[in-house]
Ligand binder design. Structure first.
Ligand code: SF4
Ligand code: SF4
Length: 696
């Protein structure tokens, strides 16, 4: 009855021995709440490695290493750029040393002791101390590092094969020395990224696995590093497991005798070789069945949008390295990927979409490789929220891939009526706003509104958005008469949504800006967002070109352009760059286009706007920001602005997408998924909020 506990055997078996239907977890203590981090900066890698052992004499919760190559990768990722705030100068390597405790006193004592060790070794040139939320940001940066290494433009990629070696701490320096020699011998620049405190080194060679020569190197480098790891009695799969790529080296690592034992165990558990065959024992060769046909002729694919930043749309899709970050559930931080959060179907992940597109662009024999209904199916539930463009470590931007796909597909198969109605929505709103009362009455009418919805394929559960007619020039005139201009001039962009739908926002923005003393000029224009999201790219490009000409005149005068609707103003910084327009003008406009919050937060920081200009009334505000703001800008600017009034208590709702995503939530067949997405985080948070809480 004592039985044998097979947990360790099964948990290391990578699914080759059994199919698990139930797991009882033994929990460990939750780590102490208080944490602080010292980030030591080094001028050389050797200095960094020499520091590991003495620093580990402290009771460190974390000791992580990042080198310059990885740190540089984080410069090109919008999310991670903000997390680099603590990096001083241009270090060759840094160590993140975290201490934790339940009490402030003990934390301070540990920190003091750690700093003494840092000082005694004298090897680091800077050692900033991070606390609270800043520690998490540094950890985020470290976690993103390895994935970002995969974000290299072109066919040469950081390849997983030797990225999981671990040796005893005291051997780490010599091991890395020999490791570097091997890499040098293969003409590879070594990249160091390590759980240094555990002797675990994450390193990937940069190879082009489309070419046979590099496939050869893939095997040679892996073999040499396996032998080196064996020499140091280390582990070749310290934390990630063996998979296919390392399984064939198991006999080398553990010896033939032990390997035979593994084979016997497998034969007892799984005599018919059903469970995860080809892993651990009788392994598949590491260099067969690779993603690309080796030495293939690269398909030529022309696109409407410019994908040259990825060397073409195929390589933009190939950027997905399969890491599966887009399969994280909604309980984990981040907004990627709402459709998967709702359906839990691989087809609805960023990865599913990127890989299906890659497959068809590579293998389809149709003259227009986009013209495949399977692609339509995988893109169907993408909400174009853009979370992937910043949260995916490879910055796979499915929203843009979808826009191009829709364009190409519809060019072949025609543009559907509902797509046209949404794309040309602004024209309809302009017309409807001329008789706003009648239009809104029709929209509200059960019979007429219902008829419109049913014939347009709009979910009957939704209300059609009301239209308004507002003369913003008059509004500005009125506001100007009531305020004194003491500050600089700026441009407020009245986009298509502000102009006819969310008119209150436009009025309020005019009032706030003029009362704060800014001289406001209005710029009217349709951003093209409705066309982009429906794949009407010719129309979007035309608008972008027109807007760019007019906006560049304003930015040439040094005027900042402030926008209210994130998906409109942020298109100037995002999709407009893909329309092959004048680069000089484009860069200037992109650099001078801001969300109103971005501008105001900066002004607050500079002391140009102060709390005494606002109410002292007490209010509780909870913020839910637009998906494009989360992805292309950040939420903190909104927090900073709303947090300015003295007695405002502000927090950010940890929400992803609301589920509406432009027209998505209106579309009949998408209504259910749209509601599921909203229910994941936002709706419960709003319901939970007291009635006097402002949801912003
Ligand atoms: S698309 Fe998903 S699987 Fe692919 S790299 Fe991005 S997060 Fe990883
Ligand atoms: S744009 Fe949003 S919904 Fe579409 S793949 Fe990316 S994260 Fe998922």
């Amino acid at each position: 009855d004592q039985g044998i506990n097979l947990c360790k055997l099964l948990s290391g078996s990578e699914g080759t021995l059994a199919f698990t239907t139930e797991i009882v977890l033994q929990l460990t203590q939750v780590p102490p709440k208080r944490s602080a981090m010292v980030v030591t900066h080094y001028k050389t890698l050797e200095d960094c490695l020499m520091d590991v052992a003495p620093l580990m004499a402290n009771s460190l919760h974390t000791c992580e290493m990042m080198d310059k190559v990885i740190l540089d990768c984080t410069k090109n990722n919008r999310t991670q750029l903000a997390n680099r705030f603590f990096v001083e100068g241009d270090p060759e390597a840094l160590l993140m040393l975290e201490v934790k405790s339940d009490t402030e006193e003990d934390l301070a004592r540990q920190l003091e002791k750690l700093l003494q060790t840092v000082k005694a070794s004298g090897l680091s040139y800077a050692s900033p101390i991070l606390k609270d939320g800043d520690v998490n940001k540094a950890i985020e940066l470290r976690k993103a590092g390895l994935g970002l290494l995969g974000n290299i433009v072109g066919d040469r990629k950081a390849v997983a094969c030797i990225e999981d070696t671990a040796v005893a701490l005291e051997d780490l320096k010599d091991f890395i020395g020999e490791f570097s020699e091997i890499m040098k011998g293969y003409g590879q620049d070594a990249v160091y990224y390590a759980h240094a405190g555990a002797g675990e080194l994450h390193l990937r060679p940069i190879l082009n696995l489309k070419k046979s020569a590099d496939v050869g190197l893939f095997r040679d480098i892996t073999t040499d590093v396996a032998r080196l790891t064996k020499k140091y009695n280390g582990s070749f799969s310290g934390e990630h497991g063996d998979g296919i790529v390392r399984a064939e080296f198991i006999p080398l690592m553990i010896g033939e005798k032990n390997y035979e034992l593994l084979k016997r165990i497998k034969s007892y558990f799984d005599p018919h070789n059903i469970f995860n065959p080809g892993k651990i024992v009788d392994a598949f060769p590491m260099d067969e069945s690779l993603r690309y046909e080796v030495d293939r002729e690269e398909p030529e694919i022309s696109t409407m949008m410019d994908f040259s930043d990825s060397e073409g749309i195929l390589k933009a899709a190939e950027k997905c390295n399969g890491s599966g970050d887009c399969r994280k559930t909604h309980q984990v931080s981040g907004a990627m990927c709402p459709s998967y959060h709702a359906t839990k179907n691989e087809k609805d992940t960023t990865r599913g979409r990127a890989n299906t597109l890659r497959e068809f662009l590579t293998s389809s024999e149709k003259p227009n490789k986009f013209n495949n209904k399977e692609l339509k199916e995988v893109f169907d539930l993408c909400l174009s929220c853009k979370a992937c463009s910043s949260e995916c470590p490879s910055n796979v931007d499915v929203a843009t891939l979808k826009a191009e796909f829709l364009y190409q597909y519809q060019e072949e198969n025609g543009y559907p009526l509902r797509g046209k109605l949404f794309a040309y929505n602004t024209k309809l709103n302009r017309l409807g706003s001329k008789m706003a009362g009648i239009t809104n009455a029709v929209y509200d009418s059960k019979i007429l509104g219902g008829l419109i919805k049913r014939s347009a394929g709009v979910a009957t559960e939704r209300n059609l958005p009301k239209v308004f007619k507002v003369d913003f020039d008059k509004e500005l005139q009125k506001a100007n008469n009531q305020s004194i201009k003491a500050k600089s001039k700026l441009v407020l962009y009245i986009d298509e949504f502000t102009n006819y739908l969310d008119v209150e926002l436009g009025r309020d923005a005019i009032e706030v800006l003029t009362r704060l003393g800014y001289e406001v000029e209005l710029f009217y224009g349709e951003s093209g967002r409705t066309y982009i999201s429906k794949g009407f790219l010719r129309q979007a490009k035309k608008l972008a070109a027109k807007n760019l000409e007019q906006l560049s005149v304003l930015t040439d005068k040094g005027l900042p352009i402030l926008g209210l609707e994130p998906s409109a103003i942020l298109s100037f910084r995002d999709e407009y760059k893909r329309f092959g327009l004048d680069k000089g003008k484009m860069d200037a406009v992109a650099a001078n286009s801001f969300l109103i919050e971005e501008f105001l937060a900066k002004e607050i920081q500079l002391g140009h706007i102060t709390a005494d200009q606002f109410t002292t009334e007490a209010k509780t505000v909870k913020i839910h920001t637009h998906c494009h703001q989360k992805s292309i800008s950040n939420q903190k600017v909104t927090f900073d602005v709303l947090n300015l009034p003295q007695n405002y208590s502000v927090s950010i709702i940890s929400s992803g997408c609301c589920g509406m995503a432009g027209s998505f939530g209106y579309e009949k067949e998408h209504y259910e998924v749209s509601m599921q997405v909203g229910e994941l985080k936002l709706f419960p948070a709003v319901r939970k909020a007291a009635s006097d809480v402002i949801i912003a």
